[in-house]
Ligand binder design. Sequence first.
Ligand code: AN7
Length: 355
Amino acid sequence: MSTHQWRGVIEEYRDLLDIPAGTPAITLGEGGTPLVHSGWLSDLTGGEVWLKVEGQNPTGSFKDRGMTAAVSVAVHEGAMACVCASTGNTSAAMAAYAAKAGITPIVLVPDGKISASKMAQALVHGAQVIRVRGNFDDCLKLSRGLAEAYPVALVNSVNPVRLEGQKTAAFEVVDRLGDAPDFHLMPIGNAGNMSAYWLGYKQYAAAGNATKRPVMRAFQAEGAAPLVLGHPVEEPETRATAIRIGNPASWALAEAARDESGGRFKALSDQKILEAQAALARNEGVFVEPASAIGVAGLFDDLASGDSYSGATVVITVTGHGLKDPATALEFFGEVREIVVDADIDAAAAAAGLV
Ligand code: AN7
């Protein structure tokens, strides 16, 4: 008996991706992530709610889909080094794929504002990490500037090849459900992922693989909500550091996705984001990082404000693994559960509430 080995998103979907013919796939086996049915959220909504669990990718976030494409094409075109700005996940992914490709990864991150786990990933994979006194938006300006002036490939999502890789998540959703969902909920930061899903859904519908396209609803943190406000935010702030972005690069594409799909952007408080993170972990067994919980927080908020998902098929992308940011999780929820006792059965039983 043989098992099917998933080949990564380039080989699984090569004919559907706009990348140069003959691009060799530099892959870590990304994609093919689980679409987990949520009985809990389905009961709450009266619909069918599914979670696209992107934390199951090789470096723990959805960024691997775009990065396999961007690094593969960069190498195909002769790059010896690549550069990105990042709130953490892009740099983790880039460092891993660059290591696999044998090229030099250069990472620009906002000093003090990325989680230790993501920093460790970039460093352990051998990236030159440059901590910038500034925010993500400043880092992106530097990243673009370096790529213009020096022989390094820019692999932020302003590189359209990134979106080609990332759109495969929409293909997987449709392949699994047999059609596009009615609604797709997700976080939005630099806006590449929503733009890419929309590309994928449109492409599949045009090819006859889906009968419809979903309504796209994307969520930002209140302190970093440029798309909701309609103007850039100078000093974005949120505990969901992955989406601490004030001037998204794919602004126009995301607005087009919103408008063409009849969707919308909405801002949510950090408190709601962190409560959704805990609720998802406790009710569904899915541990995601704070930014990744915002689609679930958005579903709750929509229901509270009277929106209905009854009878609808809903997909929520949870973008990154909970282990990406244990510090924030422990700070908010750890003390409640942790009790220290001596190595004694009675003390342990009392602490566990068994007596
Ligand atoms: C977990 O890593 O921008 O709207 O530099 O890490 O496509 O930017 C991360 C973004 C959502 C937002 N969830 O996606 C970076 C970076 C997680 C993320 C987003 C990010 P985009």
